[in-house]
Design a protein around this ligand. Sequence first.
Ligand SMILES: [Zn+2]
Length: 376
Amino acid sequence: MLAASMPAARKEVKEVQNYAASKSFTGTIMPWDWSFYSDKLRDEKYTINDELLKPYFKLENVIKGVFGLATDLYGITFKENRAIPVYNPEVIPYEVFDEKGRFLAVLYADFHPRESKRGGAWMNDIFPQYTKNGEDIRPHIMIVMNFTKSTPTKPALLTFDEVTTFLHEFGHSLHGMLSRCNYESLSGTSVYRDFVELPSQIMENWALEKAFLDKFAVHYQTGEKIPADLVKRIVASQNFNAGNLSLRQLSFGYLDMAWHTIEKPFSGDVKAFEDKAWDETRILPPVPGTCMSTQFGHLFSGGYAAGYYSYKWAEVLDADAFAVFKQKGIFDKKTAARFRKEILEKGGTEHPMVLYKRFRGQEPSTDALLIRSGLK
Ligand SMILES: [Zn+2]
């Protein structure tokens, strides 16, 4: 990843540097200049922004689109059932049925912010799937988000990032809902940390597919489908500065792994250790007096210690897995059935690489991710 990202990142820095110069900036671009000038450049290049896209993403339509994707892929269906008790009246409970109409799960969707509710987005199981005395106990799963509410005059309209977040959390919920395991401790999303983001991140790929967007992304006032040109610009803007973004993630992974592979108690200069650990990933000049090791929570807490690489690894997996859908068709039922049987149903009952190879027929490679992000 590093070898492919560095040349691209160098080109990007040059482009941003030239752009800044055209705006009468003199000197070398420093990390604190980077976002300012690269964001401006992105806006000029792709003329894309939240306000332009939001009218195509009315919440009710997005729900139909996201649930509909699970119906297209796995044949499962969703039925709102207000008789199911909820912890807050804003929560929408759905009964979920499999392709044969059998009860599969309860899904609670909690879409909007309110006082006392934590920010961000996540999936939880209220209880996971398991088997008890031969009986398959189906799970209760919740997905929680913080999308802007509708007003009396305007429906809830999502940003493109929010649509992606919805798909992501919904992917986790599929991992929980489609589980077919014996033990609670191994079912659903109870898998190794560097495998848990595959079912979620793979779903994000559909957001960049016109054939998927056409199923639900219509302008809430005019009913017009999202224009192809707009979708093209979304895709292009996603890959803007891909080299630098990749280097950034890699630098954290390298630093994390450097700290967690030392074998003796550390005594020395933390900053010097850090500089050495991510020297290969550095592209912009260092900022004197700053130190990531002492301020980046994921390095030593939050359960990530020695696991930061899993973000990048999950991208490798999701791009490699989605490449099969790209090849066979993004709604291909056979590929979906295999993904369901070999990965989504299995939880942590077998080693991730064993499961993955059964789905893919081979180990994952970085190719698909490099191609998707325009680095290859
Ligand atoms: Zn996730």
